[in-house]
Each structure stands twice: as structure tokens, then as C-alpha cells.
Design a protein around this ligand. Structure first.
Ligand code: PRP
Ligand code: ZN
Length: 289
């Protein structure tokens, strides 16, 4: 499709798909339903979506078949693909971990010496072992790695863990972390020649930044006694100076501030203690910094 649109490769079905589509929505990019379709153009942005297996995304981007992609950093690292990591997206976090039988103990990394480890991530695992000066035997398996220990073909496994349910189902437990992963936005080095697409990409990145900032922030509103203003301003972990507004009741003030969402529950008791009332916490759609 030579329509000048930026081509974005995303996972067709899996742990990244919903989060990726949600991010695009938060960027105000509208996509028609994409059931069973491999290529869909956005309705209101110069963007085409290519739906692929996550394992294929780095190579498509490296070769310039897709201009950019959203994929787990684990896949990018494992494929040793020659692509730009443009941005960490903070979602679909998971860890590549050593998994061991429930009844085993693995006190220190050194105990991996001489063991056999089954994994779909031989490159990342090999880098990790080399860095830690450990010699294990790596067996590469492309799927259902978790059953390798019970089949007797490996002592341990190295696989993605997020909830830990898959390990538990297979009577395994998590041990050392080999790699911390999250979704990343990657771009092709071939894109550097296409001015028009680069403009679309920088617009997209601006929207992503705004969406990510907004997601991590909330709008806090409350009424406070006038004389506790100084204390309250110190408690609020505001992005900027809070807004102070007079109220009909002269003894009260309204205070509004954008705060990091995860701080709210840490400060709520302090706010109440100095007399804040009518506390509201409101989601924000976009923040342009
Ligand atoms: C991974 C991994 C495990 C599972 C772990 O597979 O191989 O099977 O997720 O997740 P849990 O700790 O929440 O149970 P995934 O579905 O991501 O498929 P892929 O690695 O083949 O892309
Ligand atoms: Zn996969």
C-alpha cells in the first residue's frame, strides 16, 4: 500500500495487543474493527497498522517492511534486530526468569553451573549467563517451555513470567530474573530517508508522550481551610504550582493540582489531617508539557 502512510507493526493477538490498541485510542487515533485483517488504515491519521506475530515484528521493522513497531523489548533483544528503540511505553511489563521445580532450591546463581535450561530466549539467556560467568547447557524450545523439566529434558527453564500462573500450573516456581521487559516503540533505520513519514512519526510520538503523561497523572481537587494552605502546598506532589481559588465561604479555599497518580494514596491521610474536605481525584485525558 504505497499511500505515504507510516506503517506500524503491532501484535496480532497476545499480551501486547489490547494495551497497544488502547494506547492508540488514547492518542486519538481511530481504527476500524480489525478482526482477521492483516492491514488496516487509521481513519484520522496517516497510519497503517500491520497485524503480525510479535516474534516477526523486529525483522519486519529492520527490513523496512514496517516503518515502526510496538513489541516487547524481550523480542527485540532476542532477535538482535538492527532497529532503533525510540521509546519505552511502560505497559505489558513482564520478566524473563529462571523457573525451577517447586521442590528445588536455587540459592545463588552459581548453582546454575552445569545445569540444563530450556528456553525460547537462547540469546538473552546466553548473554546473561556469560555476563555472570556461568556455564549451563541451553536447550532451545519454541513453545510450551514449561513442560521441559517434567519431561526430563531440562533441569530448569527460562521463560516470560507475568502473573506466574503458567509456572504454577506446571509445578514450577520463579527464581532469578534474567531480563526485565516492557513494550517499546521501535523504528526502522530505513525510515531516516522519508521526510514525510518522519513528520508523521514525530506527531505520533508527541501524542504518545501526552497519553503516557496523562495516564500517570490525576487531577486532584479539594477544599481546605485558608490557614492550612501553606502546609497543604507542601504535601501535594504537584507537577506545577497548584491552582488556588477563593470560595463563597471566606474561610475556605479550593485547591487544584495535577499529581502523579500513584502518590494519591500516600498523601490522602495527610490532607485529611490538615482539614481538606470534598477531595476529588479525576482522570486526565491528555497532558501537553
Ligand atoms: C508467555 C510465556 C508463558 C506465559 C507466562 O507466553 O511463555 O507461557 O506467557 O505468563 P503468566 O506468568 O502470566 O502465566 P506468551 O503468551 O506471551 O506467548 P509468546 O511468548 O509465545 O509470545
Ligand atoms: Zn510470541
Amino acid at each position: 500500500m504505497a499511500n505515504g502512510n507510516l506503517k506500524l507493526a503491532i501484535q496480532k493477538k497476545g499480551r501486547l495487543t489490547d494495551n497497544t490498541i488502547e494506547l492508540l485510542k488514547r492518542c486519538n487515533i481511530e481504527i476500524d474493527s480489525y478482526d482477521e485483517r492483516l492491514l488496516v488504515s487509521a481513519r484520522n491519521f496517516k497510519l497503517d497498522l500491520l497485524f503480525l506475530r510479535d516474534d516477526d515484528i523486529p525483522e519486519y521493522v529492520q527490513d523496512g517492511v514496517a516503518d515502526i513497531g510496538i513489541v516487547g523489548e524481550n523480542v527485540v533483544r532476542e532477535k538482535k534486530s538492527d532497529v532503533n528503540i525510540k521509546k519505552r511505553l511502560g505497559f505489558s511489563r513482564c520478566k524473563l526468569r529462571i523457573g525451577i521445580p517447586e521442590t528445588d532450591e536455587l540459592e545463588d546463581l552459581g548453582k546454575l553451573n552445569g545445569k540444563t535450561i530450556a528456553t525460547s530466549y537462547p540469546n538473552i539467556l546466553n548473554d546473561f549467563l556469560t555476563k555472570n560467568n556461568i556455564k549451563s547447557k541451553i536447550i532451545e524450545i519454541s513453545g510450551s517451555v514449561e513442560i521441559a523439566p517434567s519431561l526430563g529434558i531440562a533441569d530448569y527453564i527460562c521463560d516470560l513470567v507475568s502473573t506466574g500462573n503458567t509456572l504454577k500450573l506446571n509445578k514450577l516456581k520463579k527464581s532469578f530474573t534474567v531480563f526485565d521487559s516492557e513494550a517499546v516503540l521501535i523504528s526502522s533505520f530505513k525510515l531516516e530517508l522519508e521526510k514525510e513519514k518522519i513528520d508523521v512519526l514525530s506527531n505520533l510520538i508527541k501524542r504518545i508522550d501526552s497519553a503516557l503523561n496523562a495516564k500517570n497523572s490525576k487531577y486532584l481537587m479539594m477544599n481546605i481551610p485558608k490557614d492550612s494552605l501553606e502546609t497543604i502546598v507542601k504535601i501535594i506532589p504537584s507537577l506545577k504550582s497548584p491552582t488556588i481559588l477563593p470560595l463563597a465561604d471566606e474561610n475556605l479555599l479550593a485547591v487544584h493540582a495535577v499529581i502523579p497518580a500513584d502518590k494519591f494514596w500516600q498523601i490522602i491521610d495527610d490532607l485529611k489531617a490538615v482539614g481538606a474536605t470534598g477531595i476529588l481525584l479525576i482522570p486526565i485525558e491528555n497532558i501537553i508539557l
